[in-house]
Design a protein around this ligand. Structure first.
Ligand SMILES: [Mn+2]
Length: 312
């Protein structure tokens, strides 16, 4: 698989790298880290990164303006995106050759070449692995900074159970490069005042069912009264994840015309529940969209059933 990826990189003059909508540090880190790999080691290639930007993560990497004409005869690589409808910038189909690099379950296989590794903590970890594939590939401090950010993001600072010995070995190699790790951590975990106030509300008001399932509803009028967007509110998903007894939890975050469901777990498989409502994700972290609070109640009922039938 990695052979085919390098063969494609070597074959094309223009390479455009995409990732998922609502980018997180792994989306941006893997996208930017791969761009560095190509730019630093194949200096004659034209490399673009594209997708919508999120204010709070602009410190990681900024996007390029990619003209439509750039896609003619180009290689397109999509990082960290399980489903085609989640690719940011719909022009990803306009290239000559398409590669998918991802670590989510391969529910929507797409592309001429796919490298999908669900056991990887992050796509950033996979891109770091690409650097080892060929001797003499140069890794710049900037590449290391981006890939490290992606790994830290997707592993919750090495706390989630997707963290493997490979994750630590990879991280150890990355931090050998001279980038400012303290500054990166500070920016990654910086919280705005409105968000920390909303966190206080959540800690005071989340509910527990049967002592094992936590849930929180965030109607739009509530988040907007705190001056927090629904998207920002979802950063608080792990707010009460350490309460004693909890096995799984869910946030229902209302947007203007839909309710985002964010499921997290320490045991019960939650992507199967998400799939019943048209969503998906990892076994321990998944999401879906519902369109009424009644439907949200049904998600919660499914989660309670999964968690109380579980003897972990
Ligand atoms: Mn990821």
């Amino acid at each position: 698989m990695k052979d085919q990826i390098f063969a494609a990189i070597e074959r094309y003059e223009t390479i455009i790298i995409h990732r998922h909508v609502r980018p997180d540090p792994d989306a941006l880190g893997s996208q930017g880290g791969l761009a560095c790999l190509i730019k630093d080691n194949y200096p004659n290639k034209r490399v673009y990164v594209t997708g919508e930007e999120t204010e709070s993560l602009m410190f990681l990497n900024r996007m390029d303006d990619v003209p439509d004409s750039a896609y003619e005869g180009a290689l397109v690589i999509v990082c960290d995106t399980a489903n085609r409808e989640r690719v940011s910038d719909g022009r990803y189909m306009n290239g000559d050759f398409l590669i998918k690099i991802d670590h989510h379950p391969n529910e929507d296989p797409y592309g001429d070449v796919m490298w999908v590794k669900p056991e990887a903590s992050s796509v950033s970890e996979m891109i770091a692995e690409l650097y080892d594939y060929k001797p003499d590939l140069v890794m710049s401090p900037e590449a290391a900074r981006l890939l490290y950010a992606g790994i830290v993001g997707d592993t919750g600072r090495f706390l989630f159970n997707n963290t493997t010995p490979t994750t630590f070995k990879t991280a150890a190699k990355l931090v050998e490069k001279p980038f400012d790790r303290q500054a990166l951590h500070d920016k990654l975990y910086e919280v705005t005042l409105p968000l920390i106030r909303l966190n206080g509300y959540i800690l005071a008001h989340f509910e527990m069912v049967a002592g094992v399932v936590g849930h929180m509803r965030l109607p739009l009028d509530l988040t907007s009264s705190y001056g927090v967007s629904p998207e920002e509110a979802s950063q608080l998903i792990n707010s009460f994840s350490n309460v004693a007894g909890i096995k799984a939890w869910v946030f229902f975050i209302e947007e203007s015309d839909q309710i985002r469901v964010r499921l997290r777990s320490k045991g019960p498989v939650v992507n199967a529940i998400a799939a019943k409502f048209g969503g998906g994700g990892h076994p321990m972290a998944a999401g879906a969209t519902v369109y009424s609070w009644e439907e949200a109640d049904r998600v919660l009922a499914e989660l309670v059933q999964a968690a109380t039938g579980e003897n972990a």
